[in-house]
Design a protein around this ligand. Structure first.
Ligand code: ZN
Length: 437
């Protein structure tokens, strides 16, 4: 391609996106107006919301078919189907998927499903996280269609359920298991900010949610001197589970201090990986101070670097705590229990890989065509997990790049910048043309 023809193509893409922008906004409004609350969200009546994801995915399905994509339902739970759209290439080219989850968190206001455009933003539940991403992907595909471009590689849209509760077995992983693997994926989660829209995240830490529980021995609170001081009966009269929980807490802090040096990754600042105690509880079955608590539980959320496996991290934590317990006579005889509740794998695509470089070129191309759009500072480390991890777990290189702004995600009032939706569509269309041509 000559320099002139590159400029021509960029101009044509931007014009095609602009011509369909109102339709994308209408689609976004329709998606926001269709409640698609994840029925497994904690603290809600799931039955009340079940079926919302399916209704919103039916809107996506129809919108993709209008662009000529073949669509297919992939459902592990028939009531919560994913939609896969495929624009077939002529063959031989690299394929690319766009992933966007259709589920949202629970509403926090009574205008959640009343989309409203104000001051260049579309307000409503899920606008940022991440129906704005769906609209940007649709807009990019509409522009590609209107340009009449023949691509050799396939372009997929994976509109998935269950992301907000990490139910990837129902969502993204189910889509991959159904055989919809591509050569790369863009997850259109929120990466835009007021300063820089369309930032590109290539890495995220892994997470593990777990709990440690332990037991004590209950007695009257006045027996404390006999339980803990010289001359008393010690553990035989009472063991305060709160004291033992603090012992475990300290041991875990010690491991966390070690992680400041033992766990590192070039994409993360030193000391990024943590073992966060989120809930600490000890009582006798009800909250009452005149008793020795006989049970305790600490709920933790830890983070670990790309390149490490969740099962190894888990073994490391258990071993450290078991060694600490071996030094305490009560805990030696009354072992703590671990409950490993949920894990989210880390993700990392090397900054110099072909796909990350192509994505960066596509995004910088928009800033070159449009001096009003600030350039991105290269690839960055994401502060949150996304479905990108489940693609990378299956060997599919992934980046996260979308029009939403994480600062308003999960907030009572969610919005997406209307221009950011178009800007991302221009980025996606450039990437499709380079990657799948
Ligand atoms: Zn999200």
């Amino acid at each position: 391609m000559t320099e002139n023809s590159t400029v021509d193509v960029a101009t044509a893409i931007d014009a095609a996106v602009a011509a369909r922008q109102d339709e994308a906004l209408a689609l976004l409004s329709r998606l926001v107006a269709t409640q698609s609350v994840n029925p497994l969200q904690p603290g809600i009546d799931g039955e009340q919301y079940l079926g919302g994801e399916a209704a919103a995915n039916a809107v996506v399905d129809e919108a993709l078919r209008e662009l000529g994509l073949e669509t297919e339902k992939v459902a592990v739970d028939e009531r919560r189907p994913n939609v896969v759209g495929i624009r077939r290439g002529t063959g031989g080219g690299r394929s690319l998927a766009f992933n966007a989850h259709i589920d949202t968190v629970a509403p926090q206001s009574d205008t959640a499903w009343k989309p409203e455009v104000r001051d260049g933003r579309l307000y409503g539940l899920g606008a940022t996280d991440m129906k704005g991403g769906h609209a940007a992907v649709w807009l990019a595909l509409a522009a590609i269609e209107d340009l009449g471009v023949r691509l050799s590689g396939d372009v997929h849209v994976h509109s998935v359920v269950g992301e907000e509760t990490m139910s990837h077995e129902l969502g993204t992983t189910a889509v991959l298991r159904a055989g919809h693997r591509t050569d790369a994926v863009v997850v259109a989660e929120p990466t835009s900010s007021a300063e820089v829209p369309g930032r590109i995240f290539n890495s995220a830490a892994g997470n593990y949610l777990f709990a440690v529980t332990l037991t004590g021995r209950s007695t009257h609170w006045v027996n404390r001197p006999r339980a803990i001081r010289a001359g008393g009966e010690g553990d035989t009269i009472g063991v305060n589970a709160a004291d033992k929980a603090v012992y475990i807490y300290q041991a875990m802090r010690q491991l966390e201090e070690q992680w400041a040096f033992s766990k590192s990754h070039p994409a993360f600042p030193p000391g990024s990986f943590i073992i966060h105690p989120g809930v600490l509880r000890a009582d006798v079955g009800f909250p009452a101070a005149p008793y020795f608590p006989d049970r305790a539980r600490i709920d933790y959320l830890l983070s670990f670097p790309p390149g490490e496996r969740a099962e190894d991290v888990r073994a490391e934590v258990e071993q450290h705590i078991r060694l600490a317990c071996a030094m305490d006579p009560w805990l030696r005889e009354h072992p703590v229990e671990f409950e490993w509740i949920d894990t989210w794998p880390p993700s990392y695509s090397a900054p110099d890989s072909e796909f990350v470089q192509a994505a960066l070129r596509a995004r910088q191309g928009v800033s070159e065509s449009d001096p009003g759009v600030p350039a991105v500072p290269g690839v960055e480390t994401g502060s949150y997990q996304s479905d990108s991890a489940f693609y990378e777990a299956q060997g599919v290189p992934a980046i996260v790049c979308g029009p939403g702004d994480i600062t308003c995600a999960h907030a009572p009032e969610e919005w997406v910048d209307v221009d950011a939706v178009a800007l991302l569509a221009r980025t996606y269309a450039r990437l499709i043309l380079e990657w799948c041509a």
